[in-house]
Every structure is written in C-alpha cells, then in structure tokens.
Design a protein around this ligand. Structure first.
Ligand SMILES: Cc1cc2nc3c(=O)[nH]c(=O)nc-3n(C[C@H](O)[C@H](O)[C@H](O)COP(=O)(O)OP(=O)(O)OC[C@H]3O[C@@H](n4cnc5c(N)ncnc54)[C@H](O)[C@@H]3O)c2cc1C
Length: 445
C-alpha cells in the first residue's frame, strides 16, 4: 500500500483577497467525499482541472457511521477497490471490514492529494444569473463554481414504509441505525427486507441467539463462489456488471449475498434451518398484528431461479471458452424446504411472539434538495445521460445504474468518474474556444 503524505483539509471556504472579503471561485466543485467524489478528484487531477471537494462530515462518512459494526464488503478485496491502490495484507478473496474501507478511501484521498474540505455542508447551489456557473451557499460561506458535481451518494436517507405507526409501542429502527445485537432490547426481532442488509442482520441476530423473523421480498441470490471463482468474477466475465439497463420489472430487486463469516450466498433455507422464521413481504399492521403477503414461496423460488441461472450461465461460459475450472456439483444441491417455507405464516401477533424490535432494511431515498437547478423529473429523479445532466454544468455521480449495473460499487464508480471528468474537460475546451484570438483546443485533448 502507498504511504501517503498528510493533506491539510481546511474547514473554511472563504478566502481573503487584499483587504476585501470576496467569494472564492473554483472551476469544479464536487459535493461529497465518499468513493464517488474521491474517484472524480483523481480523474480531474489527470486533466489538471482545478476542483474542490466539499464534505459535510468526514471523508467516507457513510462507511464510518452509516453501517453496522460487523459489516464487511460484499465483494473481495481484489475487486472492491480502485485500480491504483491495493488493500494491504489481505488475501485477494478476503472481505474487509467497513472501517478498513473508510481508511482505504482516506488513504486514497491523501495519495492523490484530493483537495477536500471536510465539515462543509453545501446548503444550496443555484445557477448564476447572466453568466455561466453556480453560486453555492455552504455552512462555511459562499462559493462560485463553473461546474457542480453531486457525488452525494445513492443511499442518503433511510426509508421506512408507513406500515406500523410510531404509536404502536414497538421499537422501530432502519438498518442504517442498526449497529449490533447488544444494542437491541431483549426479545425477538422482525427484520423486514431480504437484500444484503436485511439478510445479513437477520443472520447476525440469529447467531447471537435472538429469535428472528425475516420478511422476504423479491431478491437476486448469486452464488458466493462457483467453480473456484467468486460471483463478482462471474458477473464480470459474463458481462453482467456492464449491463447498461435493468431488465423491465427488476428495478427494485436487491442482491442477497454476503462477505460475512468468510462469504456465502444468502440461502434463506439455511437461515430457516438455523432458526430464522421466514415470512412473505410485510403488508400491513393492525391491533398489534403484522400481516404478510402470500408471496414467500414465490420470492424464494425466484431467488433460486436466479441462483441456478447464474450457475448455468457460468457452466456455459466454461464450456464455450474451454476453461479448466473444477466442477462444483454441490452448488446445485438445495436444502430441504423448512416448515416456514412449506406453510408460511400469514401474520404475527407481536406481543404474543415477544417481538420488541422491528428492523426495516428497506432501502434509501435520494436527496438533492440543495441543488436548485432544472435537472430533475417530476419525482425528483435526476435527468441525465451517464451522469451528465440536462442542466449545463451539473453532473451526477454514484447513481444506481448511472452507466451500468456496477455504478454504485467502489470499482464501478471509478469508471463513471472517468467519463464525467472527460466530459468536463471537453466542455472546458469548448468554453475556451476563441478562434479570433487563436485559442482553439480540440475537445479531444
Ligand atoms: C449497507 C451497504 C453496504 C454496501 N457494501 C458495499 C460493498 O461491499 N462494496 C461496494 O462496492 N459497495 C457497497 N455499497 C454501495 C456503495 O459502495 C456505498 O453506498 C458507498 O458509500 C457509495 O459511495 P458514494 O461516494 O456514492 O456515496 P457516499 O459514500 O454516501 O458519500 C457521499 C458523501 O456526500 C456527503 N454529502 C451529502 N450531502 C452533502 C452536502 N449537501 N454537502 C456536503 N456533503 C454532502 C456525505 O456526508 C457523504 O460522505 C454498500 C452500500 C450499503 C448501503
């Protein structure tokens, strides 16, 4: 790993020019210093484009305070990283803790001398009137920038669906606020959501001796490893990370796979055989009773089909390419259906079951309230092409499916950041054009 020199990250955005307080001007402001912002800083640096990252908390804050204690990466270290720095001292197929990821991103920012100001929140960004660029109001004063990149992440505000009222007398938390089993009051727990977060939290609580119910929705369930290769490798060679758009109807499907305990697919039958009670989607609540949709078997069957489909695609690839990879027939063996799958529960009387806590692993919503430009549709979603907004000078980074399936992942955002930096360089070349003065730079420079 590179040894990085420390970078001073000043807290104030205002500068003094002579005796007059003037507004600081910068070519490009990146809002957010998570992996997306840091990746873009590297690429802008290659183009020698002056830029500044404004981060309201700390570098990689989401990995520090927005994840539970035991979280490890979903992808192995050879894969879930930027190209120019490795995780030190780990086997290629190891999964590292969230703290290691935060430290890695901080090291990376230092290595590339990313000009970051932490503790500076962007409160508002608005187009300047009569001249190109934007005025940004921040918690440390105003700034002007020719371009603004929103690298504020796809997972900004935890979402809890309005099913169980706050007055129901039960503790409800989002997976964002879950830390560890000891944090919860004694008693049984209902975890809602079967993506990586929900399934892993249910697994952790069950291993800690809690009685756990898990509400399972639609999910993809890749194998962790098959024929000696991690599923991230299979998605890569099969071209699935680079899929440009979701298949219709799969917009909200989460991936149920984990790097915890050495890494495994989230096999819901295994969880059930180890003590977790599975249920369908959480549908309603009345008089202390949660009701579930009759879709558990369908959701688990669809997850199985996804799992087996990937094994088939992998086998076909091995045959076609003539690869010498070991057979893995065990991967196709399924555990017997547990009772909770053959006869799913339709409701849960919370008090009767001793359920004191509901954990909603139900996703996040975006938040661009600070960005007051014409770049959003009626639902507030960014209108963009690969992150280039319809509002000139505004860019987005880290969006789900920004250019491909891998866009929100550490390695995926690096490629999107390169594209955005290239687009900014191209626009700068156009902006500089003045044929009369002999300033003619190719947009391809
Ligand atoms: C539970 C969970 C596990 C994940 N595990 C993996 C994994 O194993 N591997 C993987 O590749 N990906 C994983 N991801 C997906 C993704 O890598 C992370 O969500 C990652 O944090 C996204 O990085 P980002 O830079 O896009 O956004 P963030 O990390 O959220 O960074 C955005 C930054 O913007 C700052 N910010 C927001 N608003 C403002 C403002 N107005 N002014 C200034 N600053 C602001 C925030 O403080 C934050 O630091 C996981 C996601 C979740 C939710």
């Amino acid at each position: 790993m590179a040894h990085c020199k420390p970078v001073a990250w000043p807290a104030s955005a205002a500068v003094l020019e002579g005796n007059l307080m003037s507004v600081e001007k910068i070519d490009t402001v990146i809002v957010g210093a998570g992996q997306a912002g840091i990746a873009l800083s590297e690429h802008l640096g290659h183009h020698t484009i002056p830029h500044l990252l404004l981060e309201k908390d700390r570098v990689a804050e989401a990995w520090r305070s927005g994840r539970w204690d035991a979280l490890v990466t979903n992808g192995p270290v050879w894969h879930d990283r930027f190209p120019n720095l490795e995780f030190e001292g780990d086997a290629p197929d190891a999964f590292v803790t969230k703290d290691r990821v935060a430290a890695y991103l901080e090291d990376y920012a230092r290595m590339i001398d990313a000009p970051i100001r932490t503790g500076v929140e962007v409160i508002q960004a608005k187009r300047l009137i009569g001249e190109p660029g934007f005025r940004l109001e921040t918690s440390q004063g105003p700034l002007e920038a020719k371009r603004v990149v929103a690298a504020t992440g796809a997972f900004q505000h935890p979402v809890i669906p309005p099913i169980v009222p706050e007055t129901a007398g039960i503790t409800q938390i989002h997976s964002y606020h879950y830390r560890n089993p000891e944090q919860l009051a004694e008693g049984a727990v209902l975890v809602v959501g079967s993506g990586s977060s929900g399934a892993q939290i249910a697994d952790e609580l069950n291993r800690a001796g809690r009685r756990v119910f898990l509400s399972v929705g639609p999910h993809d369930r890749p194998p962790r490893r098959y024929r000696g290769r991690d599923f991230v490798w299979w998605l890569g060679v099969l071209g699935l990370w680079d899929m440009a758009a979701m298949e219709p109807g799969t917009e909200h499907v989460t991936i149920a796979v984990s790097g915890a305990y050495g890494g495994h697919t989230m096999d819901f039958r295994r969880l059930a055989h180890e003590g977790v009670t599975l249920a369908g989607m959480t549908a309603g609540f009345a008089d202390g009773t949660i009701t579930f949709a009759p879709d558990l078997q369908k959701n688990v069957a669809a997850g199985d089909a996804n799992y087996l489909g990937m094994l088939d695609a992998a086998d076909a690839y091995v045959t076609r390419m003539g690869l010498d990879l070991p057979q893995d027939r065990k991967a196709r063996e399924m555990l017997p259906d547990p009772a909770c799958l053959t006869t799913p529960i339709t409701q849960l009387k919370l008090a009767e079951e001793g359920i004191d806590t509901l954990i909603w692993a139900t996703g996040y919503r975006r938040d661009y309230d600070w960005l007051e430009v014409d770049a959003f549709d009626a639902d507030g979603a960014p209108i963009h092409q690969r992150g280039v907004s319809r509002e000139p000078g505004v860019y987005f980074l880290g969006l789900p499916w920004q250019s491909r399936r891998g866009s929100t992942f550490i390695w995926g955002v690096w490629h999107d950041a390169k594209f955005i930096a290239d687009q900014i360089a191209i626009q700068r070349a156009y902006a500089e054009y003045d044929g009369d003065a002999g300033i003619v730079r190719s947009a391809a420079e």
